[in-house]
Design a protein around this ligand. Structure first.
Ligand code: ARG
Length: 420
C-alpha cells in the first residue's frame, strides 16, 4: 500500500523536507487527486464488483428504515398533529437535495470507496476529510452499539412471550446488569449479535447483500401491509385540523424526523463493489431515498387518520394505534418489522464503517493494516473485525440511554460538517 500511497499523494506538497510544521500544514491542506486513486482501485486489488442496481437501492433502504418510522412518528405527531406528514415531506425534500449532491459526486468518483470522506478530501483537503471521518465514526460506532442494544432488548421481549421464560431471563443476558449507579450496564446478547453480523460481513459482500436484501424486502412488505391494514381504519375527521399547533410545530417536527432518513448515503460507500457504479450509484442513492419518502408519508397519513393525534402513544405509537383498533396481528408484524429494520441498519452501518476504514488505510491516514483486503473473501477483514469489536465493547458495557446522549452530539456535528 505504501507504494501506491506515495503514488497518489501530490509530491509538490510533501517532498520538500522543510521544517516539520510547514510539512504538517502542507499535508493537512493537500487534496486528493482522484484519477490516480481510481486507477489503482480499478486495477482490481481487492474488493469485487458484485452489487447491481436493485441491491444498491435495497442497501440504501436497509440503512434508512430502522426504528425511526415506528417511533418518531408518534413523538412528533403529538406536537405537529397530522401535519407530521408535512414534517416528513419537508425533511424528505431537504434530504433529496443532499442526495442529489451525493448522486452527482458518486457518479464523478465512481470507483473509489469513501463516500463523504472521499468527496471532502477531493473538494477541500486532508484535514477536513479526516475530521469528517472522525465524526462519521463517532456516529457509526456509537450508533451500531445502541442499535445492537435495542435489538437485544427486542429479542428478550420475544423470548419473554414464552410463559415459563417470562421474568426468568437474567438481566446480564439482554436488558443489562447495572454497575456504578447505572453508568455501566453489562449484557452479552448485543455483543453476540454484533459478532454474528460481523461474521456475515466478513464472508463476502454477496452474502451480506443477500441478508440485507431479504431483511429489507421483509420490512418493506411489512410497512406496506401496515399501511393497507390502516387505510380501512382511517376516519378523515381526524385530519382536521391538519396543523393544530401551526406550521411552526410542523417545521420543528421536520428537524426531528430527519433522523428517519439518515442512511441513504451508505450507497456511496459501495462504489468499489457496484457493478456499474457511474450509473447505479446515483440510482441507488436517489431511489432508496424516494422509496423512504413515499413509505414514511403513507405511514404518517394512516396513523394520524386512525386515531386523534392526542391519543397517539409516545413509545410505540404505530403498534399502539393498531392494538387500540383491535388489530393485534398488525402489532406483531410491526415488532417483526422493527427487528428487521434494526438488523439491516446495523448490518449496513458496519459495512459502511469497514469501507471507510479501508479508504483511510489506503490513503495512509490510518495504519496500513486497515487497507488489507482478504484475497479470497474480497472483504476488508481487519477493518470489519475492528469495527465489530469496537461496537461489541460499547454495546456490552453501555445502555441505549447512555449511548444515545453521545450519539446525538456525534450526528449533529457530522451533519453540520457536511453542510459546511
Ligand atoms: N448513521 C446512523 N446514525 N444511522 C441511524 C439510522 C437510523 C434510521 N434512519 C432509523 O430511522 O432508524
Amino acid at each position: 500500500m505504501d507504494g501506491e500511497d506515495a503514488h497518489h499523494r501530490p509530491s509538490s506538497s510533501s517532498s520538500s523536507g522543510g521544517p516539520f510544521l510547514s510539512g504538517l500544514c502542507a499535508a493537512a491542506l493537500r487534496r486528493k487527486p482522484i484519477s490516480a486513486r481510481a486507477s489503482a482501485a480499478a486495477s482490481g486489488e481487492g474488493l469485487v464488483r458484485q452489487l447491481g442496481v436493485l441491491e444498491l437501492v435495497l442497501l440504501g433502504i436497509g440503512a434508512s428504515i430502522g426504528a425511526g418510522i415506528f417511533v418518531i412518528t408518534g413523538t412528533v405527531a403529538r406536537d405537529a398533529g397530522p401535519g407530521v406528514t408535512i414534517s416528513f415531506a419537508l425533511a424528505g425534500a431537504a434530504c433529496v437535495l443532499n442526495a442529489l449532491c451525493y448522486a452527482e459526486l458518486a457518479s464523478r468518483f465512481p470507483a473509489v470507496v469513501g463516500g463523504a470522506y472521499l468527496y471532502t478530501y477531493a473538494a477541500f483537503n486532508e484535514l477536513t476529510a479526516f475530521l469528517v471521518f472522525t465524526q462519521l465514526m463517532l456516529d457509526y460506532h456509537i450508533g451500531a452499539a445502541s442499535i445492537a442494544r435495542s435489538l437485544a432488548s427486542y429479542f428478550i421481549q420475544f423470548l419473554e412471550l414464552i410463559p415459563s421464560v417470562k421474568g426468568n431471563v437474567p438481566s446480564w443476558i439482554g436488558h443489562g446488569e447495572e454497575f456504578f449507579g447505572g453508568v455501566v450496564s453489562v449484557n452479552i446478547l448485543a455483543p453476540i449479535l454484533l459478532v454474528i453480523l460481523t461474521v456475515i460481513l466478513c464472508r463476502g459482500v454477496k452474502e451480506s447483500s443477500a441478508v440485507n436484501t431479504f431483511m429489507t424486502t421483509l420490512k418493506i412488505i411489512i410497512v406496506i401491509v401496515v399501511v393497507f391494514a390502516g387505510v380501512f381504519e382511517v376516519d378523515v375527521s381526524n385530519w382536521s385540523p391538519f396543523m393544530p399547533n401551526g406550521f411552526k410545530a410542523v417545521v420543528t417536527g421536520s428537524t426531528v424526523v430527519f433522523f428517519a432518513y439518515v442512511g441513504f448515503d451508505a450507497v456511496a460507500n459501495s462504489a468499489e463493489e457496484a457493478k456499474n457504479p457511474q450509473r447505479d450509484l446515483p440510482i441507488g442513492i436517489l431511489g432508496s431515498l424516494l422509496a423512504c419518502v413515499i413509505l414514511y408519508v403513507a405511514v404518517c397519513l394512516v396513523i394520524t387518520g386512525m386515531l386523534p393525534y392526542t391519543l397517539l402513544g409516545e413509545d410505540a405509537p404505530l403498534a399502539e394505534a393498531f392494538s387500540a383498533k383491535g388489530l393485534k396481528f398488525v402489532t406483531v408484524l410491526i415488532s417483526i418489522g422493527a427487528v428487521a429494520g434494526l438488523t439491516t441498519t446495523l448490518l449496513v452501518g458496519l459495512y459502511v464503517q469497514s469501507r471507510l476504514y479501508l479508504g483511510l488505510g489506503r490513503d495512509g491516514l490510518l495504519p496500513s493494516i486497515f487497507s488489507k483486503v482478504h484475497p479470497t473473501l474480497h472483504t476488508p477483514l481487519h477493518s470489519q473485525i475492528w469495527v465489530g469489536c469496537v461496537a461489541a465493547v460499547l454495546a456490552g458495557l453501555f445502555n441505549v440511554h447512555a449511548l444515545s446522549h453521545i450519539l446525538s452530539v456525534g450526528t449533529l456535528a457530522t451533519r453540520l460538517y457536511q453542510l459546511v
